[in-house]
Write a protein of this length. Sequence first.
Length: 213
Amino acid sequence: MTGELSEAVAAAQAGDEDAFRFLYRSLQPGLLRYLTALVGGDAEDVASEAWLQISRDLPTFTGGEFRAWTVTIARNRAMDHLRRQRRRPSLPVPVQALSGLAGDADTAERAGETIGTESALALIATLPPREAEAVLLRAVIGLDAESAGRVLGRRAGAVRTAAHRGLRRLASLLERSDAGRPTDRVAEATPPHPRTGRGRQAPTAPKAEPADG
């Protein structure tokens, strides 16, 4: 947890409303993306429930990774929501909700850089649930492997492996997708010229001059 975030947590625990608003603005975007992956269109409702609990339980927070503490609350609320809906999380990740993913600081960072395109983001939905959630916690929320492991109830090594495998799988899927995509560069570079008669090309229209300024 950064020094600025730690100071804001301490101030919010002392009743500083501005500090709590800072925590909300800092954590809500990533939290909402993560919840969108778990519960789809109900993410905002679940996030609201989570923040109500966060504000109520904030005095009980005694230290550690605050982001992990908040995402644990949010994940519990999401699991309760899914149980009420009697369905399992399918990780239906919308491209728009996950734009702007950040990478990690270890091996996952290099593979995570491949998540920069919309087509790669859409492929997260095809990952096994364990890998997908590990990728989301590490890349979206920005947790380290130890913190993510505490959220998921798994060992840090298992989370690190799941995130790494998920990111590599995404990169492989994206490469295959790109390889099968036809290119139009040649056609765009040399458009066909209309013909006016036998063996004669129509005169080429003059190119527009760029506007000044």
